[in-house]
Design a binder for this molecule. Structure first.
Ligand SMILES: [Zn+2]
Length: 428
Protein backbone atom coordinates (compact mmCIF):
# COMPACT_ATOMS: atom_id res chain seq x y z
CA UNK A 1 0.00 0.00 0.00
CA UNK A 2 1.25 3.49 -0.72
CA UNK A 3 0.14 6.72 0.83
CA UNK A 4 0.40 10.33 -0.33
CA UNK A 5 0.67 12.77 2.54
CA UNK A 6 -0.03 16.20 1.05
CA UNK A 7 0.59 19.71 2.22
CA UNK A 8 2.68 19.28 5.38
CA UNK A 9 5.54 21.29 6.87
CA UNK A 10 8.47 19.10 7.90
CA UNK A 11 9.61 20.29 11.36
CA UNK A 12 7.21 23.22 10.86
CA UNK A 13 9.73 24.84 8.52
CA UNK A 14 9.54 26.21 4.96
CA UNK A 15 6.83 25.70 2.38
CA UNK A 16 4.42 22.77 2.61
CA UNK A 17 5.47 19.61 0.76
CA UNK A 18 3.99 16.25 -0.24
CA UNK A 19 5.46 12.90 0.81
CA UNK A 20 4.87 9.53 -0.78
CA UNK A 21 5.13 6.59 1.62
CA UNK A 22 5.55 3.07 0.25
CA UNK A 23 7.05 -0.21 1.45
CA UNK A 24 7.50 1.27 4.89
CA UNK A 25 9.65 4.16 3.72
CA UNK A 26 9.50 7.72 2.47
CA UNK A 27 10.01 7.25 -1.28
CA UNK A 28 9.37 10.74 -2.66
CA UNK A 29 9.21 14.30 -1.34
CA UNK A 30 8.11 17.20 -3.54
CA UNK A 31 5.33 19.64 -4.29
CA UNK A 32 2.23 18.86 -6.30
CA UNK A 33 2.90 15.10 -6.44
CA UNK A 34 0.18 13.19 -8.27
CA UNK A 35 -1.75 10.64 -6.24
CA UNK A 36 -1.64 7.84 -8.81
CA UNK A 37 -2.33 4.62 -6.93
CA UNK A 38 -1.49 6.19 -3.58
CA UNK A 39 -4.13 6.94 -0.98
CA UNK A 40 -4.09 10.75 -0.57
CA UNK A 41 -4.43 12.65 2.72
CA UNK A 42 -4.38 16.42 3.10
CA UNK A 43 -2.19 17.47 6.02
CA UNK A 44 -3.51 21.06 5.91
CA UNK A 45 -0.09 22.64 6.50
CA UNK A 46 0.36 20.76 9.76
CA UNK A 47 3.77 20.17 11.35
CA UNK A 48 5.31 16.83 10.35
CA UNK A 49 7.68 15.24 12.86
CA UNK A 50 9.46 11.92 13.06
CA UNK A 51 7.21 9.56 15.06
CA UNK A 52 7.64 10.17 18.78
CA UNK A 53 9.58 7.69 20.92
CA UNK A 54 8.90 7.17 24.63
CA UNK A 55 11.66 5.79 26.83
CA UNK A 56 9.36 5.27 29.79
CA UNK A 57 5.88 3.73 29.45
CA UNK A 58 4.11 1.39 31.84
CA UNK A 59 1.88 -0.94 29.80
CA UNK A 60 0.96 -3.10 32.86
CA UNK A 61 0.72 -6.34 30.86
CA UNK A 62 1.32 -9.04 32.00
CA UNK A 63 -0.36 -8.88 35.38
CA UNK A 64 -2.50 -5.76 35.60
CA UNK A 65 -4.61 -5.92 32.49
CA UNK A 66 -7.39 -4.21 34.43
CA UNK A 67 -5.27 -1.03 34.37
CA UNK A 68 -3.79 -1.30 30.86
CA UNK A 69 -2.91 -3.83 28.19
CA UNK A 70 -0.30 -3.66 25.49
CA UNK A 71 -3.18 -3.14 23.04
CA UNK A 72 -4.83 -0.23 24.89
CA UNK A 73 -1.56 1.41 25.93
CA UNK A 74 -0.06 1.34 22.46
CA UNK A 75 -3.32 2.60 20.95
CA UNK A 76 -3.09 5.58 23.33
CA UNK A 77 0.57 5.98 22.33
CA UNK A 78 -0.26 6.15 18.62
CA UNK A 79 -2.95 8.76 19.34
CA UNK A 80 -0.26 10.77 21.10
CA UNK A 81 2.00 10.61 18.03
CA UNK A 82 4.28 7.81 19.23
CA UNK A 83 5.63 5.14 16.88
CA UNK A 84 7.72 3.40 19.55
CA UNK A 85 7.50 3.02 23.31
CA UNK A 86 9.74 1.35 25.84
CA UNK A 87 7.64 -0.82 28.14
CA UNK A 88 8.84 -0.71 31.74
CA UNK A 89 9.75 -3.96 33.47
CA UNK A 90 7.67 -3.72 36.66
CA UNK A 91 4.95 -6.06 35.45
CA UNK A 92 3.71 -9.26 37.12
CA UNK A 93 5.67 -11.41 36.45
CA UNK A 94 8.53 -8.93 36.28
CA UNK A 95 10.23 -8.60 32.88
CA UNK A 96 13.48 -10.09 34.13
CA UNK A 97 13.80 -13.04 31.72
CA UNK A 98 13.95 -13.51 27.95
CA UNK A 99 10.53 -15.21 28.16
CA UNK A 100 8.70 -12.19 29.58
CA UNK A 101 10.39 -9.55 27.40
CA UNK A 102 9.66 -11.63 24.30
CA UNK A 103 6.03 -11.96 25.38
CA UNK A 104 5.66 -8.17 25.70
CA UNK A 105 7.48 -7.58 22.40
CA UNK A 106 5.17 -10.02 20.58
CA UNK A 107 2.03 -8.50 22.08
CA UNK A 108 3.21 -5.14 20.78
CA UNK A 109 3.90 -6.48 17.32
CA UNK A 110 0.50 -8.20 17.18
CA UNK A 111 -1.37 -5.06 18.33
CA UNK A 112 0.33 -3.08 15.55
CA UNK A 113 -0.20 0.44 16.92
CA UNK A 114 3.45 1.17 17.58
CA UNK A 115 6.69 -0.68 18.18
CA UNK A 116 7.17 -1.93 21.73
CA UNK A 117 10.71 -2.16 23.03
CA UNK A 118 10.60 -4.01 26.35
CA UNK A 119 12.80 -2.72 29.17
CA UNK A 120 14.47 -5.50 31.12
CA UNK A 121 14.70 -5.49 34.90
CA UNK A 122 18.19 -4.88 36.32
CA UNK A 123 17.61 -7.22 39.26
CA UNK A 124 15.59 -10.40 39.66
CA UNK A 125 12.05 -9.55 40.71
CA UNK A 126 13.09 -5.88 41.09
CA UNK A 127 14.29 -6.99 44.51
CA UNK A 128 17.61 -5.16 44.23
CA UNK A 129 19.60 -8.19 45.31
CA UNK A 130 20.71 -10.31 42.34
CA UNK A 131 21.40 -9.15 38.84
CA UNK A 132 18.88 -10.44 36.27
CA UNK A 133 20.02 -12.19 33.08
CA UNK A 134 20.73 -8.98 31.19
CA UNK A 135 22.72 -10.68 28.43
CA UNK A 136 19.97 -13.23 27.73
CA UNK A 137 17.40 -10.45 27.41
CA UNK A 138 19.74 -8.52 25.12
CA UNK A 139 20.15 -11.59 22.89
CA UNK A 140 16.41 -12.40 22.84
CA UNK A 141 14.03 -11.56 19.99
CA UNK A 142 13.14 -8.41 21.94
CA UNK A 143 16.76 -7.18 21.68
CA UNK A 144 16.59 -5.37 25.02
CA UNK A 145 18.97 -2.43 25.35
CA UNK A 146 17.41 -0.48 28.22
CA UNK A 147 17.40 -1.98 31.71
CA UNK A 148 15.61 -0.52 34.70
CA UNK A 149 14.13 -1.49 38.04
CA UNK A 150 11.82 1.54 37.67
CA UNK A 151 9.40 1.89 40.51
CA UNK A 152 12.39 0.90 42.61
CA UNK A 153 15.90 2.31 42.79
CA UNK A 154 18.92 0.08 42.29
CA UNK A 155 20.19 1.35 45.63
CA UNK A 156 23.07 -1.11 46.11
CA UNK A 157 26.09 0.73 44.72
CA UNK A 158 28.04 -2.43 44.01
CA UNK A 159 25.18 -3.95 42.02
CA UNK A 160 24.70 -0.70 40.12
CA UNK A 161 28.38 -0.64 39.29
CA UNK A 162 28.32 -4.21 37.99
CA UNK A 163 25.18 -3.58 35.91
CA UNK A 164 26.69 -0.47 34.31
CA UNK A 165 29.77 -2.48 33.46
CA UNK A 166 27.91 -5.55 32.20
CA UNK A 167 25.68 -3.80 29.63
CA UNK A 168 28.65 -2.14 27.93
CA UNK A 169 29.25 -5.38 26.01
CA UNK A 170 26.08 -4.86 23.95
CA UNK A 171 25.58 -1.09 24.05
CA UNK A 172 23.00 -1.23 26.82
CA UNK A 173 22.03 1.49 29.24
CA UNK A 174 20.91 1.41 32.86
CA UNK A 175 17.89 3.68 33.40
CA UNK A 176 17.80 4.55 37.06
CA UNK A 177 14.79 5.52 39.17
CA UNK A 178 16.83 7.72 41.50
CA UNK A 179 15.35 7.40 44.97
CA UNK A 180 17.46 6.71 48.03
CA UNK A 181 15.07 4.37 49.87
CA UNK A 182 16.17 5.19 53.40
CA UNK A 183 15.49 8.89 52.84
CA UNK A 184 11.99 8.31 51.49
CA UNK A 185 10.41 5.84 53.91
CA UNK A 186 6.66 6.52 53.95
CA UNK A 187 7.06 9.52 51.62
CA UNK A 188 3.82 10.89 50.21
CA UNK A 189 4.77 14.14 48.47
CA UNK A 190 7.61 16.61 47.98
CA UNK A 191 9.33 17.53 51.26
CA UNK A 192 8.91 21.25 51.79
CA UNK A 193 6.61 23.96 53.04
CA UNK A 194 3.52 22.25 51.63
CA UNK A 195 4.27 18.85 53.18
CA UNK A 196 4.68 20.53 56.57
CA UNK A 197 1.39 22.39 56.18
CA UNK A 198 -0.46 19.28 55.04
CA UNK A 199 1.19 16.97 57.56
CA UNK A 200 2.26 14.46 54.89
CA UNK A 201 5.63 12.67 54.99
CA UNK A 202 8.06 14.36 52.63
CA UNK A 203 10.19 12.95 49.75
CA UNK A 204 13.24 15.24 49.90
CA UNK A 205 15.09 16.44 46.79
CA UNK A 206 18.33 15.09 48.26
CA UNK A 207 17.03 11.51 48.01
CA UNK A 208 16.98 11.90 44.21
CA UNK A 209 20.13 14.00 43.97
CA UNK A 210 22.28 11.73 46.16
CA UNK A 211 21.60 8.75 43.88
CA UNK A 212 22.16 10.76 40.69
CA UNK A 213 25.51 12.03 41.98
CA UNK A 214 26.57 8.52 43.00
CA UNK A 215 25.47 6.94 39.73
CA UNK A 216 27.20 9.58 37.60
CA UNK A 217 30.42 8.82 39.46
CA UNK A 218 29.90 5.07 39.02
CA UNK A 219 29.16 5.46 35.28
CA UNK A 220 32.31 7.55 34.90
CA UNK A 221 34.33 5.00 36.87
CA UNK A 222 33.39 2.01 34.71
CA UNK A 223 32.89 3.96 31.46
CA UNK A 224 29.26 2.81 31.34
CA UNK A 225 26.09 4.40 30.08
CA UNK A 226 23.62 5.86 32.61
CA UNK A 227 20.18 7.26 31.89
CA UNK A 228 18.43 9.13 34.69
CA UNK A 229 14.67 8.65 34.71
CA UNK A 230 12.17 11.44 35.46
CA UNK A 231 14.47 14.14 36.82
CA UNK A 232 12.39 16.31 39.12
CA UNK A 233 14.55 18.80 41.03
CA UNK A 234 16.67 21.85 40.23
CA UNK A 235 19.60 20.20 42.01
CA UNK A 236 19.33 17.13 39.77
CA UNK A 237 19.57 19.34 36.69
CA UNK A 238 22.75 20.88 38.12
CA UNK A 239 24.25 17.43 38.75
CA UNK A 240 23.56 16.27 35.22
CA UNK A 241 25.09 19.48 33.87
CA UNK A 242 28.15 18.72 36.00
CA UNK A 243 28.40 15.12 34.75
CA UNK A 244 28.05 16.20 31.13
CA UNK A 245 30.67 18.86 31.70
CA UNK A 246 33.07 16.01 32.48
CA UNK A 247 32.11 14.22 29.27
CA UNK A 248 30.57 11.26 31.06
CA UNK A 249 28.00 9.13 29.23
CA UNK A 250 24.97 10.32 31.16
CA UNK A 251 21.54 11.19 29.74
CA UNK A 252 18.34 12.29 31.44
CA UNK A 253 14.62 12.61 30.87
CA UNK A 254 11.88 14.83 32.26
CA UNK A 255 8.16 14.04 32.27
CA UNK A 256 5.56 16.43 30.86
CA UNK A 257 3.86 16.67 34.26
CA UNK A 258 7.05 17.78 35.99
CA UNK A 259 7.32 20.59 33.43
CA UNK A 260 4.09 22.19 34.56
CA UNK A 261 2.53 20.92 37.80
CA UNK A 262 3.73 21.81 41.31
CA UNK A 263 3.33 20.42 44.82
CA UNK A 264 0.70 23.08 45.56
CA UNK A 265 -1.70 20.57 43.96
CA UNK A 266 -1.21 18.16 46.88
CA UNK A 267 -3.34 20.64 48.81
CA UNK A 268 -6.35 19.43 46.84
CA UNK A 269 -5.80 15.96 48.39
CA UNK A 270 -6.81 14.65 44.95
CA UNK A 271 -4.71 11.49 44.49
CA UNK A 272 -4.56 12.07 40.73
CA UNK A 273 -1.68 14.41 41.63
CA UNK A 274 0.18 11.73 43.63
CA UNK A 275 3.19 10.64 41.60
CA UNK A 276 6.72 9.34 42.10
CA UNK A 277 8.96 11.32 41.99
CA UNK A 278 6.53 13.82 43.46
CA UNK A 279 5.50 17.13 41.95
CA UNK A 280 8.04 19.70 43.16
CA UNK A 281 8.14 23.50 43.45
CA UNK A 282 7.92 26.37 40.94
CA UNK A 283 11.70 26.79 41.17
CA UNK A 284 12.20 23.15 40.21
CA UNK A 285 9.75 23.45 37.31
CA UNK A 286 11.64 26.45 35.97
CA UNK A 287 14.99 24.63 36.27
CA UNK A 288 13.58 21.61 34.43
CA UNK A 289 12.30 23.81 31.58
CA UNK A 290 15.67 25.52 31.37
CA UNK A 291 17.49 22.17 31.43
CA UNK A 292 15.31 20.81 28.64
CA UNK A 293 15.77 23.97 26.56
CA UNK A 294 19.57 24.00 26.85
CA UNK A 295 19.91 20.23 26.30
CA UNK A 296 21.10 19.33 29.80
CA UNK A 297 17.97 17.18 29.94
CA UNK A 298 18.12 15.13 26.76
CA UNK A 299 14.51 14.14 26.28
CA UNK A 300 10.93 14.06 27.43
CA UNK A 301 9.54 10.69 28.58
CA UNK A 302 5.97 10.22 29.71
CA UNK A 303 6.24 7.83 32.68
CA UNK A 304 2.69 6.90 31.58
CA UNK A 305 1.47 5.06 34.68
CA UNK A 306 -2.12 3.87 34.33
CA UNK A 307 -3.95 2.72 37.46
CA UNK A 308 -7.30 1.03 37.95
CA UNK A 309 -9.94 3.14 39.70
CA UNK A 310 -9.80 1.23 42.98
CA UNK A 311 -6.04 1.83 43.25
CA UNK A 312 -6.28 5.54 42.57
CA UNK A 313 -9.62 6.66 44.02
CA UNK A 314 -8.55 6.18 47.60
CA UNK A 315 -7.50 8.67 50.25
CA UNK A 316 -4.13 10.28 49.44
CA UNK A 317 -2.07 8.04 51.73
CA UNK A 318 -3.50 4.81 50.31
CA UNK A 319 -3.63 5.75 46.62
CA UNK A 320 -1.13 4.44 44.06
CA UNK A 321 1.61 6.70 42.65
CA UNK A 322 1.34 7.62 38.96
CA UNK A 323 -0.37 9.46 36.12
CA UNK A 324 -1.22 8.65 32.52
CA UNK A 325 0.51 10.72 29.88
CA UNK A 326 0.83 9.28 26.38
CA UNK A 327 -2.01 11.23 24.78
CA UNK A 328 -1.16 14.59 26.35
CA UNK A 329 2.67 14.59 26.26
CA UNK A 330 3.21 16.53 23.06
CA UNK A 331 0.54 19.13 23.84
CA UNK A 332 2.05 19.79 27.28
CA UNK A 333 5.49 20.24 25.70
CA UNK A 334 3.99 22.65 23.17
CA UNK A 335 2.30 24.62 25.93
CA UNK A 336 5.31 24.80 28.24
CA UNK A 337 8.20 24.94 25.77
CA UNK A 338 7.14 25.77 22.18
CA UNK A 339 4.56 28.50 22.75
CA UNK A 340 6.85 30.44 25.12
CA UNK A 341 9.59 30.24 22.45
CA UNK A 342 11.94 27.97 24.40
CA UNK A 343 12.00 25.06 21.92
CA UNK A 344 11.71 25.04 18.14
CA UNK A 345 9.83 22.24 16.41
CA UNK A 346 13.15 20.83 15.28
CA UNK A 347 14.21 20.66 18.92
CA UNK A 348 10.89 19.02 19.81
CA UNK A 349 11.73 16.34 17.22
CA UNK A 350 15.10 15.87 18.92
CA UNK A 351 13.77 15.77 22.47
CA UNK A 352 10.78 13.49 21.75
CA UNK A 353 12.07 11.31 18.93
CA UNK A 354 15.68 11.42 17.75
CA UNK A 355 17.33 11.42 21.16
CA UNK A 356 15.14 8.85 22.93
CA UNK A 357 15.53 6.55 19.89
CA UNK A 358 19.31 6.93 20.13
CA UNK A 359 19.37 6.30 23.88
CA UNK A 360 17.19 3.18 23.42
CA UNK A 361 19.16 2.06 20.33
CA UNK A 362 16.06 1.92 18.12
CA UNK A 363 17.58 2.20 14.67
CA UNK A 364 14.35 2.56 12.70
CA UNK A 365 12.97 5.42 14.78
CA UNK A 366 13.92 9.04 15.30
CA UNK A 367 15.21 9.22 11.74
CA UNK A 368 15.33 12.37 9.58
CA UNK A 369 12.35 13.19 7.36
CA UNK A 370 14.07 12.35 4.07
CA UNK A 371 13.73 10.06 1.07
CA UNK A 372 14.78 6.50 1.87
CA UNK A 373 14.13 6.82 5.60
CA UNK A 374 11.58 4.68 7.48
CA UNK A 375 8.10 6.24 7.30
CA UNK A 376 7.59 6.55 11.05
CA UNK A 377 5.97 9.95 11.31
CA UNK A 378 3.42 12.06 13.13
CA UNK A 379 1.45 15.06 11.97
CA UNK A 380 0.44 17.85 14.35
CA UNK A 381 -2.35 20.38 13.88
CA UNK A 382 -0.91 23.56 15.35
CA UNK A 383 -4.16 25.49 15.50
CA UNK A 384 -6.16 22.88 17.40
CA UNK A 385 -7.05 23.55 21.01
CA UNK A 386 -8.69 20.75 22.92
CA UNK A 387 -9.95 20.01 26.39
CA UNK A 388 -8.66 16.84 28.00
CA UNK A 389 -11.51 14.44 28.77
CA UNK A 390 -10.40 11.28 30.58
CA UNK A 391 -13.51 9.44 29.33
CA UNK A 392 -12.26 9.86 25.75
CA UNK A 393 -8.85 8.31 26.46
CA UNK A 394 -7.78 5.14 24.66
CA UNK A 395 -5.97 4.08 27.81
CA UNK A 396 -7.85 1.66 30.04
CA UNK A 397 -7.18 3.98 32.97
CA UNK A 398 -8.43 7.49 33.66
CA UNK A 399 -5.80 8.99 35.96
CA UNK A 400 -4.73 12.01 33.92
CA UNK A 401 -3.78 15.12 35.90
CA UNK A 402 -4.85 17.27 32.94
CA UNK A 403 -8.59 16.49 33.00
CA UNK A 404 -10.45 19.63 32.02
CA UNK A 405 -7.28 21.46 30.94
CA UNK A 406 -7.30 23.14 27.56
CA UNK A 407 -4.15 22.22 25.63
CA UNK A 408 -2.70 23.45 22.33
CA UNK A 409 -1.86 21.34 19.25
CA UNK A 410 -3.21 17.93 18.49
CA UNK A 411 -1.80 14.87 16.76
CA UNK A 412 -4.00 14.26 13.70
CA UNK A 413 -2.11 11.44 12.02
CA UNK A 414 0.55 8.88 12.93
CA UNK A 415 2.29 6.52 10.50
CA UNK A 416 4.08 3.33 11.45
CA UNK A 417 6.26 2.10 8.57
CA UNK A 418 4.06 4.01 6.14
CA UNK A 419 0.76 2.68 7.44
CA UNK A 420 -1.55 5.07 9.29
CA UNK A 421 -2.22 4.06 12.89
CA UNK A 422 -4.08 7.34 13.47
CA UNK A 423 -5.99 9.47 10.93
CA UNK A 424 -8.16 12.54 11.63
CA UNK A 425 -7.20 12.21 15.29
CA UNK A 426 -8.76 8.74 15.58
CA UNK A 427 -7.31 5.22 15.55
CA UNK A 428 -7.05 4.18 11.92
ZN1 LIG B 1 10.17 5.74 38.26
Amino acid sequence: MSFLLRNVKAYGEGDPVDLRLADGRIVEIGSGLSAGDSQPYDGQSGVLLPGLVDLHTHLREPGREDAETVETGTRAAALGGFTAVHAMANTDPVADTAGVVEQVWRLGRDAGHCDVAPVGAVTIGLAGEQMAELGTMADSAARVRVFSDDGHCVSDASLMRRALEYVKAFGGVIAQHAQEPRLTVGAQMNEGVNSSLLGLTGWPAVAEEAIIARDCLLAAHVGGRLHVCHVSTAGSVELIRWAKGHGWDVTAEVTPHHLVLTDDLAGTYDPVFKVNPPLRTKTDVEALREGLADGTIDCVATDHAPHALEDKEAEWGAAAFGMTGLETALAVVVQTMVEPGRLSWRSVAERLSTTPARIGRLEEHGRPIAVGEPANLCLVDLGARWTVDPAQSASRSRNTPFAGHELPSRVVATFLRGTPTVLDGRSA
